[in-house]
Design a protein around this ligand. Structure first.
Ligand code: PMP
Length: 358
């Protein structure tokens, strides 16, 4: 349903249908000829690409009779989520345990929506009882009518992207090729997304390959994570920890079908946060860290021997998924540091000069 020109029945109707926005400033600064398009997911009702899968997993469970309103308790191990009138418990890894005195934005938003939040130590291995997954399982065993919808294994996770994310992208690209004066191949030629559960990249790949069998699917994995193929890519930086949230794991989620991915790119925090800053400063898009990873990965790939042909072809459409916004990270040191640049701008110097006490 289009989000404009209608009165929507509730916030769930404002999930997805996010805009595809030209990243023209970045395109010119990088000297790329192809169209660089950002799928801006923070414009979804809950502020994240995860809105789509939360909605689909809950609705599918309702259809299967696995959820009874007023009775069921939905438990989800995650790095962010939305809910739909059920009691909800979220188990959330404490990525920033060193900075406990900072407000934890994700936790605050989830609590504002009425969810219970249980923090778990970030350093716990995924299969330990202390991890966000282990704690969710322990709670499920003890709480009556508790259900884990399990984004890591639930086929409705990639399906949400196959049926919404990718079709929205295809429709926008196809429509704009006939309505815009900008050069366009009329197809999606490459798709770049970070991999967490892998739902975005696997589900979108299935729809995009049907639309254009030559569409190149590029997945981005942070250094220190083990999702990339070939395995040798994961060796450099293995054991490295990364603070970008939402992507990368120390296990292979079942919904990630690595056969759906053509190429993997590894990124580091520094490049990711620098790219997030460019998205903010140059494109006016207040994105989170994993959006920076996706852009950094996209630019790395477009400069590689494999991607440079596409990069230099006018009209080719390269789509980068920007999964969430800065709302969840406003108090994180990487963001605060970014906003307080070492070297004051000429305008800042001028302001200081005008306001200097005489
Ligand atoms: N970025 C953010 C901020 C996320 O929360 C997620 C989901 N974990 C991703 C990227 C990756 O999406 P997916 O799980 O579909 O691979």
């Amino acid at each position: 349903m289009p989000a404009t020109g209608h009165v929507l029945d509730n916030a769930l109707d404002a999930v997805g249908n996010t805009p595809l926005i030209r990243l023209d400033k970045i395109r010119s600064r990088e000297g790329i000829q192809c169209n660089l398009l950002g799928k801006v997911e923070y414009m979804s009702a809950g502020g994240s690409i995860k809105d789509r899968i939360a909605k689909r997993m809950v609705e599918a469970a309702e259809k299967d009779g696995k959820l009874s309103p007023g009775k069921s308790v939905v438990i989800e191990p995650t790095s962010g989520n939305t809910d739909k009138g059920y009691s909800v418990i979220i188990t959330l890894p404490n990525k920033m345990s060193l900075y406990l005195y900072y407000v934890q934005e994700k936790e605050a938003s989830l609590r504002a929506l009425g969810a219970e939040v249980v923090r778990t130590p970030a350093e716990a291995a995924w299969d330990s009882p202390e991890s966000h997954i282990g704690v969710a399982r322990r709670l499920q065993r003890e709480i009556p009518y508790a259900i884990i919808l399990d984004q890591y294994e639930n086929t409705n996770n990639p399906l949400a992207h196959e049926l919404t994310t990718a079709p929205e992208i295809i429709e926008a690209v196809v429509n704009s090729s006939s309505t815009s004066s900008r050069l366009s191949s009329g197809r999606v030629d490459a798709f770049i997304a970070g991999a967490g559960t892998g739902g975005t990249v696997s589900g979108s790949s299935r729809a995009l390959k049907k639309h254009n069998p030559d569409c190149v699917i590029v997945a981005v994995d942070p250094k220190g994570s083990i999702l990339a193929v070939p395995e040798s890519l994961n060796v450099d930086g293995s054991g490295e920890s990364y603070i970008v949230e939402g992507i990368g794991y120390d296990f292979l989620p079942a919904v990630l079908n690595r056969a759906d991915v053509d190429t993997w790119i590894k990124t580091n925090d520094l490049d990711a946060f620098a790219a997030a800053r460019i998205l903010m400063r140059e494109e006016g898009l207040l994105v989170g860290g994993s959006s920076g990873s996706a852009l950094a990965g996209a630019l790395q790939w477009l400069k590689s021997s494999e991607g440079e042909k596409l990069a230099s072809s006018g009209g080719k459409n390269v789509v980068v998924v920007l999964p969430d916004g800065i709302r969840n990270y406003m108090s994180k040191p990487w963001f605060l540091q970014m906003t307080m640049e070492a070297e004051p701008s000429p305008l800042a110097k001028q302001i200081a000069c005008i306001l200097k006490p005489t």
